[in-house]
Design a protein around this ligand. Structure first.
Ligand SMILES: Cc1cc2nc3c(=O)[nH]c(=O)nc-3n(C[C@H](O)[C@H](O)[C@H](O)COP(=O)(O)OP(=O)(O)OC[C@H]3O[C@@H](n4cnc5c(N)ncnc54)[C@H](O)[C@@H]3O)c2cc1C
Length: 406
């Protein structure tokens, strides 16, 4: 039986580990936290996941929540006009329902499921010596440690990483008591030009359904103000900023309260693509998975989606590979297949961090008057490759607007 060790019990590591167990592999997942520590710890993400990524989970029998999780039927976008109003606004339904399940809810349950199906969980903050041990004992070692320090073993791919510093200050809060926006059937995405973005989305947390408030602030700007705040100070700051920049969202939040004392997060990181193979001092090689190799800013909500897609893609490459050795060529092949889809998500996400070009402003303007354009944009969150056929390029955008008569 082929033995695979995965470092990191997050979205990607657990999904891949469970998929491998189901196909008869001997799998160990190394986690630096127990399920209880994850459940009782700080929130980590807003983790909105779209149809394709959710289908990969469902195919492995990993949907344990069904209707208990609020569904995200669509996405609405607004651009603030800087004077308390909206310059434009549109919303559309997703072809397949999306949803967000607090990783504090999902990962402990998946850890239990992994063990139940025959996987072995090891508790360890894995370092280089541990990786050497896993490499000596396993046919393949996969590092799925997200933003963990160990990801630094993988060399930054400068060609694929246009930024070398964080492009947004990130801050989120899990709350109850948010009023629904009647025209917004799920995610509300607000762009505050030159300042940042503000999102809301329904989610399922440890205490039940909730909403997530999520700010992305351009560094050095007025939304870059969350460092060192207590959870209650952060929520009060959120309400103050909403009144100033997105008053239509402030109205929804007059009565919100935090879901729990660990329901806030603030931080920043540089979006980074890394080379997929790291070589240990002994010469043994290990393969990076998901955020370890493709770490995107959350502005487009692609990270958990990519993690699920990466896990599914690596699983099929491993299965296709049969009994051949998991050498560097295999690792490059596995990453290359994933990059075929991840490149679009990464390029689009990096573009959204810059000021929108004229053709994008025209497309948003057209979307606010034409539901077909709005729907195509909204469904690009599930499959960003489609955005490269009409949204990302000025000529393609012009042709598309002509085609739809806008
Ligand atoms: C503020 C914010 C909002 C986000 N919102 C969204 C969103 O709406 N939609 C979306 O799709 N994505 C979103 N993301 C991104 C998403 O959360 C990540 O891309 C996704 O969780 C990555 O999955 P992963 O399995 O690669 O890593 P992770 O989920 O980070 O899992 C890695 C695991 O490895 C463990 N680990 C780390 N180091 C070690 C070690 N040395 N030894 C053992 N274990 C280790 C960690 O504790 C963790 O459990 C957001 C991220 C942030 C920060």
């Amino acid at each position: 039986m082929r033995k695979i060790t995965i470092v990191g019990a997050g979205q990607a590591g657990l999904q891949l580990g469970i998929g491998l167990i189901d196909h008869g592999f001997d799998v160990t997942i190394v986690s630096n936290r127990t399920g209880d520590q994850i459940r009782e710890g700080r929130v980590m993400s807003s983790q909105a996941m779209f149809g394709t990524a959710l289908a990969h989970e469902r195919n492995l029998g990993l949907d344990f929540w069904g209707d208990a999780c609020p569904s995200i039927a669509g996405l609405g976008a607004s651009i603030a006009d800087g004077q308390g109003g909206r310059a434009l606004s549109f919303d559309a339904r997703l072809d397949a329902t999306a949803r967000s399940i607090d990783q504090r809810v999902k990962m402990p349950l998946w850890m239990g499921e992994f063990a139940r199906r025959g996987g072995r969980l090891e508790l360890c903050e894995a370092g280089i010596e541990d990786l050497e041990r896993y490499a000596a004992e396993s046919d393949l070692v996969i590092v799925a440690a997200g933003k963990g320090e160990i990801a630094g073993l993988f060399e930054r791919d400068a060609m694929r990483s246009p930024y070398d510093a964080p492009q947004r200050a990130l801050a989120l809060a899990y709350v109850t008591g948010m009023a629904a926006l009647p025209d917004r059937p799920g995610v509300s995405f607000n762009v505050i030009p030159g300042v940042g973005e503000y999102f809301t989305m329904p989610s399922l947390t440890t205490s039940g359904p909730c909403d997530i408030m999520f700010f992305e602030g351009i560094p050095g700007g007025p939304l870059d103000c969350f460092d060192g705040l207590t959870p209650h100070e952060q929520l009060a700051k959120f309400q103050e900023l909403l009144r100033t920049y997105v008053p239509w969202e402030a109205e929804r939040c007059t009565d919100v309260t935090l879901t729990d004392g660990n329901g806030t997060l603030a931080g920043r990181f540089a979006p980074t693509v890394r080379k997929p193979v790291a070589t240990l001092p002994s010469g043994a090689q290990v393969l990076g998975l998901a955020d370890v190799v493709v770490l995107n800013d959350p502005i487009t909500g692609q990270g958990s989606n990519n993690a699920s897609k990466c896990a599914a893609s690596y699983l099929s490459t491993i299965l296709d590979h049969g009994e051949r050795p998991y050498d560097a060529a295999f690792m490059e092949l596995a990453f290359g297949r994933f990059w075929d889809t991840a490149e679009a998500a990464t390029t689009w996400t990096n573009a959204m961090l810059g000021a929108p070009p004229q053709h994008v402003l025209e497309l948003f303007g057209a979307a606010s008057a034409n539901s077909r354009i709005a729907a195509r944009f909204v469904n690009g969150f599930d499959d960003p490759r489609d955005l490269f056929r009409w949204f990302m390029d000025p000529v393609a955008a012009k042709n598309y607007l002509t085609e739809v008569g806008a």
